[in-house]
Ligand binder design. Structure first.
Ligand SMILES: *Cc1c(COP(=O)(O)O)cnc(C)c1O
Length: 389
């Protein structure tokens, strides 16, 4: 039998061991974690909606009508009218013909990729794609061709060299780097090579594009250009679940074929109902998005001045590149000693040697919160010389 204990020990020795912290507050900038008060800069609650009074009220109002549990899968007896209304609202929001509500983004990606490609087909996948897309590729049993991050020349060469059904999958906004995929170029390549484009815009919806309608909308691209788009609802929308949007035909196909849609219990309908409220909040959140953009610009200017290495990102995802896992842990600890919470991101989530602090901003952060982060980063820089750029 494998020595599981030794494997855990090895993880520890390499600085790759992971552990969980206990939070005792809703998601918001000032949190209590393991009994201590901290200012958090690592949540994906980008618009500050996870704790919004309207969303809380929506769950509360829905509960007496819907009950708590989903009861069964959507195809048995779990498909509630609240789920249906949410799908219509998501289709309308994403300007797609139809949408399908999944329990999580992980399941949406696994289900969509494995339904749309199979044995004998080829999937082209950006090297920095999210784990759930990668796992969807593996589950599909298709041949997988990974291309270097956002390298369109490499992708073109691979596409030209491949026959048969082709699927191209990419994050819209890359989860650990914060940059946006070159969607116009991807669209052109997919059209040229008759490949189906799937964009996972978990971090784009809510944050990017007019009304937060995502990366495709940011580039003015429609359903004809990006036929399949995936969004998660646990990030900027502040609730839970995920959706896939595209043509009515493709959504029908997924209802028949996406195993992670078919063989799982429907999410509590009250969550779906609350998400309808979140969509309204997201659309109306231009002031929140503008505030976020201002925080990001100021952070980038001042963190760079302190000597930290940032990535080319305009989104609320602002990684501080550190390098080795131990240094990332040390910087995270130094910040925590000053009451700032930013989790270190290490392999295998990111490539070897690219450990980082993934700083994320929320519209709930104030300029004063940012002051505290920058001051802590300045102190940490003096305390840990040489670990930053
Ligand atoms: C978070 C994330 C997912 C998974 O979504 P969940 O709803 O949290 O399961 C999928 N793709 C990307 C790019 C993500 O960042």
């Amino acid at each position: 039998m494998r020595d599981f204990k030794a494997e855990l020990e090895q993880r520890r020795e390499k600085g790759l061991y992971r552990w969980r912290r206990q939070v005792e507050t809703p998601q918001r900038p000032d949190m209590i974690v393991d009994g201590r008060s901290v200012l958090s800069f690592c949540s994906n609650d980008y618009l500050g909606l996870a704790n919004h009074p309207d969303a809380i009220a929506a769950v509360r109002e829905a509960l007496p009508e819907t009950g708590v549990g989903g009861g069964a899968s959507h195809l048995i007896c779990g498909h509630h009218s609240a789920h249906h209304r949410l799908e219509q609202s998501l289709a309308n929001f994403s300007r797609r013909e139809a949408a399908l509500f999944f329990s999580t983004g992980y399941m949406a990606n696994m289900g969509v990729v494995s339904a749309l490609a199979g044995r004998g087909d080829t999937i082209f996948s950006d090297q920095l794609n999210h784990a759930s897309l990668i796992d969807g590729c593996i589950l599909s049993r298709a041949q997988i061709k990974r291309y270097p991050h956002a390298d369109m020349a490499a992708l073109e060469a691979l596409l030209a060299d491949t026959d048969g059904h082709k699927l191209v999958v990419t994050d819209g906004v890359f989860s650990m780097d914060g940059d946006i995929a070159p969607l116009p170029e991807l669209v052109a390549l997919c059209k040229q090579h008759d490949a189906l484009l799937v964009v996972d815009d978990a971090h784009g919806f809510g944050c990017v594009g007019p009304e937060g309608r995502g990366s495709a909308a940011h580039f003015g691209l429609s359903q004809d250009d990006v036929p399949i788009v995936i969004g998660t609802l646990g990030k900027a929308f502040g609730t839970s679940g995920a959706f896939v949007a595209g043509s009515a035909l493709m959504m029908d196909y997924l209802v028949q074929k996406a195993r992670t849609y078919i063989y799982t219990t429907a999410m509590p309908p009250a969550v779906a109902q609350a998400t309808c409220t979140s969509i309204r909040l997201v659309r109306e959140a231009d002031d929140r998005r503008e505030h976020l953009a201002r925080l990001v610009v100021r952070f980038r200017r001042e963190a760079a001045r302190l000597g930290y290495a940032l990535m080319p990102s305009d989104t609320p995802i602002q990684p501080i590149m550190v390098g080795d896992a131990w240094s990332a842990l040390a910087l995270s600890k130094a910040l925590e000693a000053r009451g700032i919470w930013v989790t270190a991101i290490r392999p295998p989530t990111v490539p070897e040697g690219e450990s980082r602090l993934r700083v994320t901003f929320s519209a709930s952060h104030t300029e004063a919160h940012l002051d505290k982060l920058l001051s802590a980063l300045g102190d940490a820089q003096r305390e840990l010389p040489g670990h930053a750029a």
